[in-house]
Design a protein around this ligand. Structure first.
Ligand SMILES: NC(=O)c1ccc[n+]([C@@H]2O[C@H](COP(=O)([O-])OP(=O)(O)OC[C@H]3O[C@@H](n4cnc5c(N)ncnc54)[C@H](OP(=O)(O)O)[C@@H]3O)[C@@H](O)[C@H]2O)c1
Length: 283
C-alpha cells in the first residue's frame, strides 16, 4: 500500500504502541496526527516523524473530554482535508481491586478507553465517506476476552470496544470504511509501570512492534479481528478455559492473585461506616 499523502490520526501516541506505530506510519510516508496529554513527548515524536512526513503534527489534550476527542478529528479534517487511518489506541488501566475503585475512576476508564473511541469514530465517519473510505483500527486487549484480576473496569471498557467495533464493522459494510480490532496480550510498554496496584503477571512481555505490524496487516489485508501475539499457548489456554471451564479459570486466577482476607475485612469495615467504594481517606 502506498501511504504517501495519507493522514493517520493516532491517539495515545506519546508512548508505547501508539508511539512505535506513529513512527512506522511516518516512515512509510503518511502524515501523522499524534494525540495524547504529555506535550514534551509528543513534540519529540513529531521531530522524529518530520524527516519522513514533514506535515506531521500533534494535538495535546484529554481524550476523556468529548469536545477534545471530536475536535481532534474536526481539526485534522480542516487542516488536511481528510483522515485515512483513525487508530484509537489511548487507554489507562486502573489496575486495582474493585473494593478500591471509585465511581469516578470507573467513569474515567470508560471515557478514556471506550467513549473516546466512539467520539472520534463518529466524527471521522463523515470525513471518510467524503473521501471514499478509510480504516478505523481499535486497539483493544486480550482482557476483553478474559478479564484478569483487578482489571474489572479496564476489561469492561475493552469488551465494550470489541462489541462497538463488531457492530461498526457490520454497519459500515459497503461504505469502503474498514474496521479492525486488535487484541494485544502482554506488551512491554510503560502501561505496566502506571498500575495502581502491583500486577501479578510476571511472564513474557512482547515488543510493541508486533502490535504495530498487526495494525499494518489489518489495514492492508482488511483483517477484522486479530489477537497478538498470534497462536500464543498462554492466551489460547486462557481463552479455552474461559469458554468451557470458567470456574477453573477463576480458581487459577485466585491462586495467582489472591484477594487477601484483610482487603475484604477492611472493605466491610468501610461499608459499615457508610463509605462509598474508593473512599480510602481515613484508613
Ligand atoms: N501493554 C500491554 O500489555 C497492552 C496489552 C493489551 C492492550 N494494550 C492496549 O494498547 C494500547 C496502548 O497501550 P500501551 O501499552 O502502549 O501503553 P502506554 O504506553 O501507557 O500508552 C497509553 C497512551 O494513552 C495515552 N493516554 C492515556 N490517557 C489519556 C487521556 N486521558 N487523553 C489522551 N491520551 C491518553 C497516553 O499518553 P499521555 O499519558 O501522554 O496522555 C499514552 O500515549 C492501549 O489501548 C492498551 O489498553 C496494551
Amino acid at each position: 500500500m502506498d501511504y504517501r499523502g495519507k493522514i493517520a490520526l493516532i491517539t495515545g501516541a506519546s508512548s508505547g504502541i501508539g508511539r512505535v506505530t506513529a513512527v512506522a506510519m511516518a516512515r512509510r510516508g503518511a502524515t501523522v496526527v499524534a494525540v495524547a496529554r504529555r506535550e514534551g513527548l509528543l513534540q519529540e515524536l513529531i521531530d522524529q516523524c518530520r524527516p519522513y512526513a514533514p506535515k506531521s503534527v500533534y494535538y495535546c489534550g484529554d481524550l476523556g473530554e468529548r469536545e477534545f476527542a471530536e475536535g481532534i478529528v474536526d481539526t485534522t479534517v480542516q487542516r488536511f482535508g481528510r483522515v485515512d487511518f483513525l487508530i484509537n489506541n489511548a487507554a489507562i488501566s486502573k489496575h486495582k481491586q474493585i473494593y478500591h475503585m471509585s465511581a469516578d475512576e470507573a467513569d474515567q476508564v470508560m471515557r478514556v478507553n471506550f467513549q473516546s473511541t466512539v467520539w472520534t469514530t463518529l466524527a471521522a465517519i463523515p470525513a471518510m465517506l467524503n473521501n471514499d473510505g478509510g480504516t478505523i483500527v481499535n486497539i483493544s486487549s486480550f482482557a476483553s476476552k478474559v478479564s484478569p484480576p483487578r482489571e474489572v473496569m479496564y476489561a469492561a471498557s475493552k469488551a465494550a470496544m470489541n462489541a462497538f467495533s463488531e457492530g461498526l464493522w457490520n454497519d459500515l459494510a459497503g461504505s469502503n470504511i474498514h474496521v479492525a480490532l486488535i487484541n494485544p496480550g502482554p506488551i512491554d510498554t510503560e502501561i505496566w509501570l502506571k498500575e495502581d496496584e502491583p500486577p501479578a503477571y510476571n511472564g513474557k512481555k512482547y515488543p510493541p512492534e508486533i502490535v504495530t505490524n498487526a495494525i499494518f496487516e489489518a489495514i492492508e489485508k482488511r483483517r477484522f479481528e486479530m489477537t497478538i501475539p498470534k497462536r500464543n499457548p498462554m492466551l489460547i489456554t486462557a481463552r479455552v478455559l474461559r469458554l468451557f471451564f470458567p470456574s477453573l479459570l477463576r480458581f487459577g486466577m485466585r491462586k495467582s492473585d489472591p484477594i487477601p482476607t484483610d482487603v475484604i475485612d477492611r472493605a466491610r469495615q468501610r461499608a459499615k461506616r457508610g463509605k462509598r467504594l474508593g473512599d480510602l481517606n481515613d484508613e
